[in-house]
Write a protein that binds this ligand. Structure first.
Ligand code: NAD
Length: 336
């Protein structure tokens, strides 16, 4: 059985579905700090299976212990974390407590239960402002905000653990920019509060929930002056997790890989693609650059492709079309 933490969140919910479809038994946990319990019914509907789920906090050792006592867990995919970059600068201790505290608690309980297969949600944030793109896994690691620091520190904690006991097997998955939604439109990204990444904002503007999009700078050194990122469809990302957990459970060595398409798209490219699928203009206003933003960052995903026999294949148009289907079928997210 696979333990999924942060199972009702954006990437967790899509990965849960993909794992069930691949035949894995899954126990999901979440404290709903940034997700809705209504996601559970949707995953159940899509999978046609009754879900195993327990509400609780990864920082709560007694809770995690109870999960390991009850379920025969062979591997863990750890999504549970706070992820808002700006908020992490305003309130760093909350981020260190949740993201590092939760990780350490989970690893301690795993160790006591002889469970040493771990898939970790890392991020392109660990590279900070890379010297060049495409970024390879051996690029310098220099995160620029507390959120990114929690991801790098988590990687270091896991690497120390591996050195202390050769039985640990860890997949360090560095995601670039996940967007899109399941093609059914039943599950998708539904952040509580005001979203802080591009496509949920574009989606809300397209749906008329927000008057316009702010574009932070059009004078970057990129083809059209707006920031360039590597967007990856959340289903491609979820499928990489199925591959990664299978890889570790098959007894293979730990691995550190970028998960992206390897293709950079600008903010304007996203606005154009979204506007096409939504059939409306996306009003935007160019404003000052935000401190900490960077011009361009996209991955070299060839190592993941080789080791995991996986490739992100969905296009930007598909990502926007699926995001729009989710948005238009659920104008207020899961509460709709
Ligand atoms: N979405 C991205 O752009 C992105 C990029 C790189 C890395 N990541 C990482 O991927 C993981 C999943 O991201 P996501 O986009 O699905 O975020 P999300 O916020 O949608 O999902 C995270 C889930 O974890 C839960 N959670 C948080 N703290 C918890 C705790 N202490 N105990 C139990 N549950 C807790 C939240 O309620 C939420 O359901 C995170 O670790 C995130 O840092 C995300």
């Amino acid at each position: 059985m696979i333990l999924l933490t942060g199972a009702t969140g954006y990437i967790g919910s899509h990965t849960w579905l993909e794992l069930l479809q691949a035949g894995y038994r899954v126990i999901g946990i979440d404290n709903f700090i940034n997700s809705s319990r209504l996601a559970l019914g949707r995953i159940e509907k899509l999978s046609g299976q009754k879900l195993d789920f327990v509400e609780g906090d990864v920082c709560d050792e007694a809770f995690i212990e109870s999960i390991f006592q009850k379920y025969p867990i062979k591997g863990v995919i750890h999504f549970a974390a706070l992820k808002a970059v700006g908020e992490s600068s305003a309130n760093p201790l909350r981020y260190y407590e949740n993201n590092i505290g939760g990780l350490v608690t989970l690893l301690q309980v795993m160790q006591e239960h002889d469970c040493r297969h771990f898939v970790f949600s890392s991020s392109a944030c660990v590279y900070g402002d890379p010297d060049q793109s495409p970024v390879k896994e051996d690029a310098p690691l220099r995160p620029e905000n507390p959120y990114g620091q929690t991801k790098l520190m988590s990687e270091l904690i896991l690497r120390d653990l591996e050195k202390s006991d050769a039985r640990w097997r860890v997949a360090y998955l560095r995601y670039f920019n996940p967007i899109g939604a399941h093609e059914s439109g039943l599950i998708g990204e539904d952040p509580l509060g005001i979203p802080n990444n591009l496509t949920p904002l574009v989606a809300r503007v397209a749906a008329g929930r927000m008057p316009e999009l702010k574009v932070y700078g059009d004078d970057w050194e990129t083809s059209d002056g707006t920031g360039v990122r590597d967007y990856i469809h959340v289903i491609d990302l979820a499928q990489a997790h199925v591959k990664a957990v299978g890889y570790l459970l098959a007894g293979r060595d730990s691995l550190t890989v970028n998960l992206g398409t390897g293709q950079g798209y600008s903010v304007m490219d996203v606005i154009k693609a979204y506007s096409k699928v939504a059939g409306c203009a996306i009003p935007f206003q160019v404003v000052e650059r935000r401190p900490g933003d960077i011009a361009s960052c996209y991955s070299d995903p060839t190592l993941a492709e080789k080791l995991l026999d996986w490739k992100a294949c969905r296009t930007l148009d598909q990502m926007c079309a699926d995001s729009w289907r989710w948005q238009s079928q659920n104008p207020m997210g899961y509460q709709s």
